[in-house]
Structure formats: structure tokens, C-alpha cells
Ligand binder design. Structure first.
Ligand code: NAD
Length: 261
């Protein structure tokens, strides 16, 4: 008999920032294991392309053009997805770079601009809270759910290549996860964070795909290379699946050993 440990059939999931990068990897693995996935993204064209490709493979995905910085729209879409039936799994994944870190002139403390700081707080912190808030209501009624927040190792330790607002927001959401995990534990809702090291995605305009930038990040990783989006799928599936029924309130690095160094 096949194990049901990683079976998501009949479950409904929602992923923010699902059109590309890690969010697309989460969507792929959840839908491969039987979940219906609501894909939310600000980039309508990329969202449509990715959703169509997955539907052509027989996956159950729906697309919703959403700027997670728009609280009303984010809440409205999350409520609408939940009202279609259930809301079992939510990935608060959408996030943006705050530009390069303090080793460049534009990343130093005195160069940080108010408007850029605020936008990163809105997307990387407030939108994560709003996603959590919108997910918690239907999950409390169901008395079950999984919320997975996508943080970064930059929220655990200092990371020279990232901007101040990025480091601050990722640290903030790690504690948001612990706090929410306590409130939601009696409702059988698990709240955890994934903290990736450098992965090959389009973040910061795909800067990591430039050979010299990739080499700089790879040199910081004990495994000697950056991660590929497919390599985040196992951990994502674990946290979303019945296999993780006693796992909550954690921040799990997936970083080729970087935080241990
Ligand atoms: N790639 C890495 O090295 C890395 C490392 C640590 C953490 N992360 C985190 O992983 C998450 C995903 O990033 P990624 O690397 O896949 O980046 P990415 O840029 O490849 O993908 C992010 C997706 O989010 C969408 N998005 C951006 N702003 C949005 C908004 N306001 N509303 C809705 N959607 C929006 C983008 O259109 C894109 O599809 C982020 O939270 C990021 O901070 C990434």
C-alpha cells in the first residue's frame, strides 16, 4: 500500500508569488501531490504562462492577479478561495529584494531611502501578516491548517549581500511565525518558516544568474554552490503534508550548510 504521508489529495492550497522562482516550485510540488493550488502573483503575464503550463500537465491550479501590498485585494482573494470549500495550506512566499548590502555604496545605512524601506516592509512583512491573518480565520473554523512563511537565512544571521530592510523583515517574520504558532496550536494549525540560502530565481532582477554574482554567493555556501528551485520542494512538501503533524513554530534553514558555518 502506498504511504499517505505525503498525500495532499482533496486539499486546497494558496501560494503568494507563485508565478516563478520558489513560489512556482511550491505550486508544482503541491499540485503534483494532489492539492488544488490558488496561484497569486502581481505579474499577470508570468502567472498566466506558469498556470497554463501546469494545467496542460493536468494539474489543478487557478490564477489570481494580486499585489500582496494591496491588503483589501489579498484578503478578498484569500476569503474567496476559502469559501469555495476549504483552505488547508498557505505559503506566504511573495517577497522582494531591498537591493545590495552594505559592501556597496547604495546599500550602506545612510543611503537607504524612506520609500524603498517602506515598500520592502509592506511586501516582506505586512503582507506576510495579512496572509497569515486571512488564512487563520477559515483554518480556525476547520480546526486544521498549515501555514508556511518563506523567510531567509538573512533573518537568522547577518548577510553582507542583502539590504537592511530585507534583513529586518526576514527576522521579523521569523518571530511572527513563532507567535502565531502558539495562538494557532490549539486549533491544530501548524505555522513554520522556511529560511532559504541563495537559490537561482528571478529575485533582484535575476542578479544571481550573473556568473560573478553566482560565484560570490556560492563561495558563502559550504556545499560550494547555490540552490536550484527544485531543491526546495522536499522541505515544502514535508511542511504541507500529513508527515509534519507534530511540527510547528520552527524556522528551518535550507542553505547548503550556511547557517552552520
Ligand atoms: N532566491 C533566493 O536566493 C532567496 C533566498 C532567501 C529567501 N528568498 C525568498 O523567497 C521568496 C520568493 O522569492 P524568489 O527568490 O522565488 O523570487 P522571484 O522574484 O523569482 O519570485 C517572486 C515572485 O513573487 C512575485 N511578487 C513580487 N512582488 C509581489 C507582490 N507585491 N505581490 C504579488 N506577487 C509579487 C513576483 O512577481 C515573482 O513571481 C521571497 O520571499 C524571497 O525573499 C529567496
Amino acid at each position: 500500500m502506498q504511504s499517505k504521508l505525503f498525500d495532499l489529495s482533496g486539499q486546497t492550497a494558496l501560494v503568494t508569488g507563485a508565478a516563478c522562482g520558489l513560489g512556482l516550485a511550491f505550486t508544482e510540488i503541491l499540485s503534483e501531490h494532489g492539492a488544488r493550488v490558488a496561484m497569486l502573483d502581481i505579474d499577470a503575464a508570468a502567472l498566466q504562462r506558469s498556470a497554463k503550463r501546469l494545467r496542460d500537465q493536468g494539474r489543478a491550479v487557478d490564477e489570481h492577479v494580486v499585489d500582496v501590498g494591496d491588503r483589501t485585494r489579498l484578503r478578498g482573494v484569500t476569503d474567496a478561495v476559502a469559501k469555495q470549500g476549504r483552505l488547508d495550506i498557505v505559503f506566504a512566499n511573495a517577497g522582494i529584494s531591498a537591493g545590495p548590502g552594505y559592501k556597496t555604496a547604495v546599500g550602506q545605512i545612510e543611503a537607504v531611502q524612506d520609500e524603498a524601506w517602506q515598500r520592502v516592509l509592506d511586501i516582506n512583512l505586512t503582507s506576510v501578516f495579512v496572509t497569515l491573518q486571512a488564512a487563520a480565520a477559515p483554518m480556525k473554523r476547520q480546526r486544521s491548517g498549515r501555514i508556511i512563511v518563506v523567510s531567509s537565512i538573512a533573518g537568522i544571521k547577518s548577510e553582507a549581500p542583502v539590504g537592511y530592510a530585507y534583513a529586518a523583515t526576514k527576522a521579523a517574520i521569523n518571530n511572527l511565525v513563532r507567535q502565531a504558532a502558539m495562538e494557532l496550536a490549539p486549533f491544530n494549525i501548524m505555522v513554520n518558516a522556511i529560511a532559504p540560502g541563495p537559490f537561482r530565481t528571478n529575485i533582484a532582477g535575476g542578479r544571481i544568474n550573473q556568473p560573478e554574482v553566482e560565484a560570490m554567493f556560492a563561495a558563502m555556501v559550504p556545499l560550494g554552490r547555490i540552490g536550484e528551485p527544485d531543491e526546495i520542494k522536499g522541505l515544502a512538501l514535508l511542511l504541507a503534508s500529513p508527515a509534519a503533524s507534530f511540527l510547528t513554530g520552527t524556522v528551518i534553514p535550507i542553505d547548503g550548510g550556511s547557517t552552520a558555518a
